[in-house]
Design a protein around this ligand. Structure first.
Ligand code: ATP
Length: 194
């Protein structure tokens, strides 16, 4: 059976950077956020999502993700309903992808909300990427051209690193990238022995 290795970390920790590196080593990597965005363009999903909102959230037959993010931010009930549509669709998409990669010893699933969504329970091992909060905030402010407050707002709904660490098998302190990548090499070596 192909093993599922979860890869996660808070906003700005550098998990996408690490995921890219792992992918460059020839390991299949599933990027949950990218797939979720694609799924949200699926006409069936657009129809279902449109029905849960009173406001118009569709533009040119596509969901206006920014507007949806704002609406669910202030309504846990709407967020729950949205997740009830998106999460099963992402799960199905992942299972199909996994089947296509069943020849691999292991695959990596990168997800920002691996813990928050509960999908960590399906992982055989979990890699957590961390970095000091101040550094993460700076990185995201630079990358996304947003304010400190906007980054802090996004961080609010995520589990703390301490909570995540308790369920993780490998923890990468991604302050110095060259050191992180060496750690990744060691982890991959161990995973190859599984
Ligand atoms: P998000 O959850 O917001 O998608 P992420 O955890 O995937 O964030 P990345 O996008 O990989 O994080 O990294 C955030 C920014 O920090 C990027 O611009 C990336 O190039 C940079 N970065 C990643 N790792 C390091 C590092 N060790 N040193 C300096 N910059 C880094």
């Amino acid at each position: 059976m192909t093993k599922i290795i979860g890869l996660t970390g808070g906003i700005g920790s550098g998990k996408s950077t690490i995921a890219e590196y792992i992918h460059s080593k020839g390991i299949p990597v599933y990027i949950a956020d990218d797939q979720a965005k694609k799924i949200m363009d699926d006409p069936e999903i657009v129809k279902k999502v449109r029905e849960i909102f009173e406001e118009n959230v569709v533009e040119n037959e596509k969901l206006n993700r920014k507007k949806i993010a704002e609406l669910v931010f202030s309504s846990p009930n709407l967020l729950k309903k949205l997740n009830e549509i998106i999460h099963p669709a992402v799960r199905e998409n992942f299972n199909k992808w996994l089947k296509n990669n069943e020849k691999s010893n292991f695959i990596v699933k990168e997800a920002a909300i691996l813990f928050e969504s509960g999908s960590y329970k399906d992982c055989d091992k979990i890699i957590l990427v961390t970095a000091p909060q101040d550094i993460r905030i700076e990185r995201v402010m630079n990358r996304d051209k947003v304010s400190r407050e906007q980054v802090l707002d996004r961080m609010k709904n995520q589990w703390s690193d301490e909570q995540k660490a308790a369920f993780s098998d490998y923890i990468i302190d991604n302050t110095d990238l060259s050191i992180s990548l060496k750690e990744v090499d060691l982890i991959l070596k161990e995973l190859n022995k599984m």
